[in-house]
Design a protein around this ligand. Structure first.
Ligand code: MN3
Ligand code: MN3
Length: 318
């Protein structure tokens, strides 16, 4: 009878990281519909058929992973929160995952024919390696421990996305498909905050474990990473091997990002690859700081990103 439903009090914030993350995420809010993807149609028509295939299908794969985050990932993490504000942050993340998943459809509808779009979704829903990673992560979301779920989420966000992100970043570095790449950069900017935040919450729980339990979880974590890496090799081959010469570069990029995922979780890197090993064109594309926009001849991108970052009240007057 005397059960009380507690109101969330943002004036009694237990963990300042929750508040700082909320502010960062809400400041960088964006929508796919604000990016003029149709300006990339000329670039798109100049791509050879295998290149168009790669672009379409990496976005199919990314759609699946963002769908997973929006439908199962954040709900699963919300079952084990430490503070009420953490739930609010995860609500924001969940909505943005839906924006991410939808934004690829905005790209498809601008660049691809309806028949091509059907084929991309059919491929996405049946590709063996793509389905393997989605189901592997989803199984942890539904059956894993609270800390295992956070590991799965950070591996997905900071590692598994990057076999797909490689392609738009490569084109951006070559000054092609720059508006498509702008969407991808906005997604990467979000994922970077998500991975850091969920990794931080992981570390709070991890540090409370006994040394023996920490070791056991570490073993589980590195086993999972090896398993996902082996699968990612297969996926990268499916996408890139016969259509591009990028396969080795994508694998380097994946190892670099696997190390970043481990870093978010407060763990030692696994692979020897560093930023210097990654194709510098892709590396410049990944940097979301404004100084790097000068690297590209199309200054308009930096400006547009600036617009998105610095939305004023006027943006809400439709
Ligand atoms: Mn996402
Ligand atoms: Mn995310």
């Amino acid at each position: 009878m005397a059960e009380q439903y507690e109101a969330i009090n943002w004036n009694a914030v237990e963990d300042q990281i929750d508040k700082a993350t909320w502010e960062k995420l809400t400041e960088q809010f964006w929508l796919d519909t604000r990016i003029p993807v149709s300006n990339d149609q000329d670039d798109w028509r100049e791509l050879a058929a295998p290149e168009q295939w790669v672009v379409g299908h990496v976005f199919g794969g990314l759609t699946l992973l963002d769908t997973l985050q929006s439908q199962d990932g954040m709900v699963s993490l919300q079952q084990n929160i430490r503070t009420p504000q953490e739930r609010a942050v995860l609500n924001n993340i969940q909505f943005m995952e839906s924006v991410h998943a939808k934004s690829y459809s905005t790209i498809f509808s601008t660049l691809n024919t309806p028949a091509e779009i059907d084929e991309i979704f059919d491929w996405t829903n049946h590709n063996e390696h793509l389905q393997y990673k989605a189901n592997k992560i989803n199984d942890i979301y539904h059956n894993g421990s609270p800390l295992q779920k956070k590991i799965a989420s950070v591996f997905l966000e900071t590692f598994l996305f990057y076999s797909g992100f490689f392609t738009p970043l490569w084109y951006l570095g070559n000054n092609k498909l720059t508006n498509v790449a702008e969407i991808i950069k906005l997604i990467i900017r979000d994922e970077s905050v998500h991975g850091t935040y969920i990794g931080y919450k992981f570390q709070l729980g991890f540090n409370e474990l006994s040394e023996a339990d920490q070791q056991e979880l570490k073993d589980w974590m590195y086993d999972l990473l090896y398993d996902l890496y082996a699968n990612e090799e297969g996926y990268t081959n499916d996408i890139y091997a016969t259509r591009t010469e990028w396969t080795d570069q994508v694998m380097t990029f994946l190892r670099y990002n696997a190390n970043k995922a481990l870093m978010n979780l407060g763990q030692e890197p696994l692979f020897p690859d560093t930023a210097e090993d990654v194709n510098p064109i892709v590396m410049n594309g990944i940097s979301t700081s404004t100084s790097n926009h000068d690297f590209f001849s199309q200054v308009g991108n930096g400006y547009r990103l600036g617009q998105v970052e610095a939305m004023s009240d006027d943006d809400y007057k439709f």
